[in-house]
Design a protein around this ligand. Structure first.
Ligand code: PBG
Length: 335
């Protein structure tokens, strides 16, 4: 908009003229959600032929590795570029040192292999954080009640390495320890994985919107205390820019803001400030609200899902992690 051309006023200008028909609305639309914008988070579980509904997330199942190829194949068939893997770990595998996280044959690694076997061309992203494997439920190692930083980063580097060895394309540290992006980049490069990308959960807030996810991965009951000493305070945005700047300096290829919808201002500022590939995580609680209201007959779920995804695009996001990715892709396909 420029001041040198003041717009003609009514009645010469009638804003409704450009909204008159569908073809015209399509023609003047400023942002588009496409299937290329979608990352689909998938929960995996041990065993065979397992399809276990996540109670807190209607429409979402945990899948065993023998079923995951088919589900991811459908997503790929719809054009979804990448999936993100999250494991439901049995309680008896959880320990205070979260050693299952660095087991090269853990559920995440087996799921990556299963996907790469059946759908070799789809992108696979893995979360780096210890909470699914930690008997304390925290993203880092807990010592004397403190979530230690540098000791946790060592374990996170090993976790990233076993995931890369399994075939993961994008390492996504969600733990919010300081210095982990640089350390993980160095560990990957040192092991011949310089082609593996890092999407950092750069501005991740201590949010109440993650509770359904914690149910899905089975970490909610384990969690002692809260995550406020490492995840960000919801009141802050300048701090988000500092977090993002550090992660870029340490080697992040893509950055993420999380949660999504309640933090669109942060998405906007991050994109404006850095011009990096910027992603938003439309988290479990956001999904559960829309889907739940849809199932209760209060909202038209596909409609509000698409409207939500459009909001991310307007705010400057290059892509969105959403549990509604397959629903959105189906919606886009059906036109
Ligand atoms: C693990 C992790 C969480 C989410 C993604 N990775 C939970 C948390 O930090 O407690 C949340 C995703 C969602 O709610 O959909 N660190």
């Amino acid at each position: 908009m420029t001041d040198s051309f003041p717009p003609a006023r009514f009645p010469a200008t009638r804003m409704r003229r450009n909204r008159r028909t569908d073809w015209l609305r399509r023609l003047v639309r400023e942002t588009q959600v496409t299937v290329d914008d979608l990352i689909w988070p998938v929960f995996v579980v041990d065993g065979e032929s397992q399809r276990v509904p996540v109670e807190s997330m209607p429409g979402v199942d945990r899948l065993s590795c023998d079923l995951i190829g088919e589900a991811v194949g459908q997503a790929w068939g719809l054009g979804i570029p990448m999936v993100a893997i999250f494991p439901y770990t049995d309680d008896n595998l959880k320990t205070p040192d979260a050693r299952e996280a660095v087991n090269p044959d853990n559920l995440v690694c087996r799921a990556v292999c299963a996907i790469k076997d059946s759908v070799p061309d789809i992108g696979v992203m893995c979360d780096v954080a210890l909470d699914p494997f930690n008997s304390d439920g925290h993203d880092g190692i807990v010592q004397d009640g403190i979530i230690v930083n540098d000791g946790s980063v060592d374990v996170l580097c090993q976790q990233a390495l076993v995931q890369a060895q399994a075939g993961c394309d994008v390492i996504a540290p969600s733990d919010m320890m300081d210095g982990r992006i640089g350390a993980i980049r160095a560990a990957l490069d040192g092991d011949g994985f310089e082609h593996v990308a890092i999407m950092s959960y750069a501005a991740k807030y201590a949010s109440g919107f993650y509770d359904p996810f914690r149910d899905a991965v089975g970490s909610g009951d384990a969690l002692k205390g809260d995550k406020k000493t490492y995840q960000m305070d919801p009141g802050n945005t300048d701090e988000a820019l500092r977090e993002v700047a550090l992660d870029i300096a340490e080697g992040a290829d893509m950055v993420m803001v999380k949660p999504g919808l309640p933090y669109l201002d942060v998405v906007w500022r991050v994109k404006e400030s850095f011009g990096m590939p910027t992603f938003a995580y439309n988290v479990s609680g956001e999904y559960a609200m829309l889907r739940g209201a849809g199932e209760a007959g209060r909202l038209d779920y596909p409609k509000v899902l698409m409207e939500t995804l459009a909001a991310f695009k307007r705010a400057g996001a290059d892509g969105i992690l959403t549990y509604g990715a397959v629903d959105a892709a189906n919606y886009l396909k059906s036109g």
